[in-house]
Each structure stands twice: as C-alpha cells, then as structure tokens.
Design a protein around this ligand. Structure first.
Ligand SMILES: Nc1nc2c(ncn2[C@@H]2O[C@H](COP(=O)(O)OP(=O)(O)O)[C@@H](O)[C@H]2O)c(=O)[nH]1
Ligand SMILES: [Mg+2]
Length: 320
C-alpha cells in the first residue's frame, strides 16, 4: 500500500517537474485504463484546473491538424506550453493519422513545450470523451498552459469531446460540399469561434457570408456572437487573429461567469459518464464476462430466460 502510494507520488512529481517520459507513460496508462491509472488520476486532480482547453473540430481534411500545429506555434511564441490530443476515428491504430502526427511532431521536435498525443477511438475501454477528459487532466496537472483537442466533427462522441473544451473552434473550408447548411446542426451550435481555413481557395467569402447570415437569424442564449476568422493554416496566415479571437472569448467567459457554469455543466455530464463506466467495469469484471454474456444470450434467444429479470438481478447484486 505504502509502496504503491509512494510510487504514484513519485510519478506525479516527475510529471509535474516536466519529465516527458513520465507524462507519456501517464497518458498511456489513462488511455488503457491500467490498474494504477485510477490512483494516478486521483493524485493528479488536485494539481489540475489551470489549463485552458481549446477544442477544434471539423470535417476530415479541413486542415485541423495543420491549424493545431500553427496555433501551438502562436502560443509557444507567448511562452505558453501546449498539450495536444489528436483524435481520429478513421485511423484506430495504423494509417494516416499516426503517420501524419509523426511528421507533425517533427515540426515541434526539440521543443518540449509542445507535446502531441494521438488517440485511437477504438480500443478505448472507457467512453472516448471520458478518456479524452482524463488525458486533458493529465496535461493540465503537468502544468501545460493550453490543451488543444483535435477531433473530426461527425458524431455524438465528437460533440461530447468538444463540450469538454472551454473554447470550441469549428473549422470550415470553402467548397468540399460542407456548406454551412449541410454541417450538422449540433456542431454548428457549439461553435464559439468559426475558422474558415484554406482561405487561399475560392469561396471563402461565400462561407463567411453564410455564417454571418445564419448568425443574423438567431442569437445565442449567452449573447456571444462567434467570431469568424479566415486562415491559411499551411502558411500561418490568420493565426494571430485566431489566437486573439480565442483570447477574446476567454475574456468573455471570465467576465461573465459563463466559464464556471460551463465547467459545472461539463462535470454534470462527466459524472454520469464516469458512473456508467465504473458500474459497467465492475459488472463486466464480475458477472458479465464474455463467456457469461454468451451463455445468457443463448438462453434468452431460446426463450429460456427473460432479459429483464437478468439485468435487475445483476445490477441488484452490485448495488447491495
Ligand atoms: N491550400 C491549403 N491547404 C491546406 C491549408 N491548411 C491545410 N492544408 C492542407 O490540407 C490537407 C489536410 O490537412 P490536415 O491538417 O491533415 O487536415 P485534418 O484532416 O483536418 O487534420 C493537408 O495536405 C494540408 O497541407 C490551407 O490553409 N490551404
Ligand atoms: Mg487531423
């Protein structure tokens, strides 16, 4: 027990002192939900709460990774440290995302102030947004000033992830068929800032007009009007403007109590998810092993047993 605790506290100290290997090991542990990750997160939590979290979402190929890179460079110029979580649901373990991120890492290589981690969406034992939130907590406790989460804006998972962020940036591009109208309404509503990337291409103005037209029709409940920033991520054009737009929104959050409310709302959702994960984990470790599930399923399919009583029975045992 004591050994375990001192092992964890040594690990925490290493993480907090900027040891990148310790940080990397911590993220891996959290991602894989290893047996010591729980104790680690508990110990790290008290050191968290300082980082600002920026979420960046948009269609594949919109230039999110390039933009995140360029944004990290902006923050490094201000001497702020950055942790990047890149999530790509299309490339679980191999393929484009990982290769792309290896290449990207080189652009910051030699600078320990930017730390990039790609996360697989499949194979994660907890919910994806839960794992992402925990990795963000690790970065936060490690003293990173800014955590940037990059995710493809497609499904509910991604919307949940983006909700973790203090500031959400939705990346659009001219053409590509993702006109403002066809973008998922859910993604549209969560934008605190719009980026029109690839502004070197034709049609950037049209996208901008569409966003502005949409904004003129409906006001957000908090009265914030999301800024629209045009960028060319590959050259860095518009990046200082994006950083200022993020500053502005952060200032708005800080002076309006909304930042705090947003964090509370976020925790309401996370607590439910954490509870669900934990209950499921305990049940799977107990009565609901793969073998048992196969047996139950066979019996239920054969009408030898009813599923309702089975679930009540299993959950009942856990709660008592
Ligand atoms: N023309 C142009 N190409 C860009 C721009 N930003 C990114 N790209 C390119 O678009 C492609 C996809 O970029 P990537 O960052 O991987 O997109 P992601 O899938 O959204 O992360 C890459 O070939 C980038 O070099 C831009 O502003 N203008
Ligand atoms: Mg990417």
């Amino acid at each position: 027990m004591t050994t375990a605790n001192s092992y964890i506290s040594t690990w925490v100290e290493e993480i907090r002192s900027g040891n990148l290997r310790a940080l990397s090991r911590a993220i891996t542990a959290v991602e894989n939900r290893t047996s010591d990750s729980h104790a680690l997160l508990k110990a790290l939590f008290e050191h968290s709460g300082h980082a600002r979290v920026v979420g960046l979402t948009g269609a594949p190929g919109a230039g999110k990774s390039t933009l995140v890179d360029a944004l990290a460079t902006q923050y490094r110029k201000r001497d702020q440290t950055v942790g990047i979580i890149a999530i790509d649901p299309t490339s679980p373990f191999t393929g484009g995302a990982i290769l792309g991120d290896r290449i990207r890492m080189q652009s910051h290589s030699g600078d320990s102030g930017t730390f990039i981690r790609s996360m697989a969406t499949r194979g994660s034992l907890g919910g994806l947004s839960s794992t992402t939130a925990d990795v963000a907590t690790v970065f936060d406790a490690a003293g990173r000033d800014l955590v940037i989460i990059e995710t493809v804006g497609v499904g509910q998972d991604e919307v949940d992830i983006v909700r973790l962020a203090d500031v959400t940036v939705v990346v659009l591009v001219p053409g590509m068929g993702d006109d403002v109208q066809s973008i998922k309404a859910g993604i549209m509503e969560i934008a605190d800032i719009f980026v029109i990337n690839k502004a070197d291409r034709d049609g950037a103005e049209r996208v901008e007009r569409e966003i502005l037209a949409m904004q003129s029709l409906s006001m957000r409940s908090d009265a914030w009007v999301p800024k629209v920033v045009k960028t060319i991520a590959s050259t860095g054009a518009g990046l200082p403007e994006l950083a200022s737009a993020i500053d502005e929104y952060e200032h708005f959050l800080a002076t309006s109590e909304l930042g705090r409310q947003r964090r509370i709302e976020n925790w309401r959702n996370r607590l439910r998810e954490m509870l669900r994960d934990e209950v499921l984990r305990r049940i799977v470790n107990g009565a609901f092993t793969d073998e048992a599930v196969a047996q139950y399923a066979t019996e239920i399919a054969g009408n030898e047993r009813d599923p309702y009583s089975l679930i009540s029975e299993i959950v009942g045992k856990l709660i008592r």
